[in-house]
Ligand binder design. Structure first.
Ligand SMILES: [Zn+2]
Length: 328
């Protein structure tokens, strides 16, 4: 493993690698960007490159330092996240880090602390960390990771160099899934599109059963004829059985109506999420107006939110499917 094998994020990598090569790393960075696009992976890669015994300005992934960082037990590299069973990073964790940073490094290299996610620090924890950031111990490096900086104190943010991470490109995510997770091409493309450039999310969604289930759902929605309220009611009852399954269906239904909306608007399949359902999408897209697809998309989004709030599932689903039946 080396920097060259990391997928995407050319700009953050260029900023960090150049600072590393020129001995100009700052004491604190704030990595901002959506979930699952490589912020933690790149923070760990940087830590490896700083400590690697086998490569200069890069990391080998093989030496004892790289291995220990990868396993989470390098004495000079700490990953701070909430303790088991807790939702927040505790203030005591911050105080321990402050103490540790003032001890001598074990290996003679930089002491590195990665906060993932930094927004899990409450205000008192953030204030405690601020003291460390105001007078960073020599040879320390703090990396704060967050989806957005809004929940962090402005004083904390202003003491970190901001590095922005964008979504990954779809083909890069698909290629990664095919090569590293042995996912079939068609499925990899679907997952890459569905996850909107978040490899982390694509890996979570990599579920063979879900992939097949979607085809059943697509057939079900496609089979609901105009005015066929009876079938709509039957389908709602079937889908309402279990909360998780109902939510999965609705998450998918969002993508299905989004695809129909996109296809009806631009008459092209290039941007579809459910690429393997292109034919069905093509056939169905002209059945109603763009405005109606938009309305169904919004209703699917709303139905998911209502089920999250524990409203009666059969009623919520019937409401949506009756709109489907009525729209045709
Ligand atoms: Zn190494």
């Amino acid at each position: 493993m080396s920097f060259a094998e990391i997928i995407g994020q050319p700009k953050p990598l260029a900023i960090l690698r150049s600072a590393l090569a020129n001995g100009r790393l700052h004491h604190a960075y704030l990595f901002l960007g959506p979930e699952g696009v490589g912020k933690r992976a790149i923070a760990l890669a940087l830590a490896k490159a700083i400590h690697c015994a086998g490569a200069n300005g890069d990391f080998c992934g093989q030496c004892v330092n790289c291995k220990r960082i990868g396993d989470g037990n390098h004495p000079d590299v700490r990953l701070v996240e909430p303790l088991a069973g807790r939702k927040e990073i505790a203030i005591q964790q911050i105080r321990d880090i402050e103490k540790e940073l003032n001890y001598q490094s074990f290996t003679g290299g930089r002491k590195i602390v990665i906060f993932d996610r930094a927004t899990l620090m409450n205000l008192s924890s953030q204030n405690a960390l601020l003291k460390t950031l105001e007078e960073p111990p020599a040879d320390s490096l703090l990396i704060l990771i967050a989806a957005n900086g809004g929940a962090l104190l402005p004083t904390l943010r202003s003491r970190c160099l901001k590095v922005s991470f964008g979504p990954l490109h779809r083909p890069a995510v698909a290629q990664y899934l095919e090569r590293n997770k042995q996912v079939k091409t068609e499925e990899a493309q679907f997952l890459a599109a569905l996850s909107m450039g978040s490899l982390g999310l694509a890996l979570k969604l990599n579920d063979r059963k879900l992939f097949e289930k979607r085809r059943e759902w697509a057939a079900l929605l496609g089979s609901l004829g105009k005015g066929d309220y009876r079938s709509g009611s039957d389908a709602a009852e079937k889908l309402a059985g279990n909360k998780d399954d109902a939510l999965k269906f609705l998450e998918w239904a969002e993508t299905f109506y989004r695809d129909l909306l996109v296809f009806a608007a631009v008459h092209s399949g290039d941007e579809l999420i459910n690429l393997d359902l292109l034919k069905q999408t093509q056939q169905l897209a002209g059945a109603v107006t763009v405005e109606k697809w938009l309305a169904l998309f919004e209703q699917a989004v709303g139905a998911g939110a209502r089920i999250q709030r524990n409203l009666n599932r059969r009623m919520v689903l019937e409401d949506l499917l009756f709109n489907v039946v009525g729209a045709r």
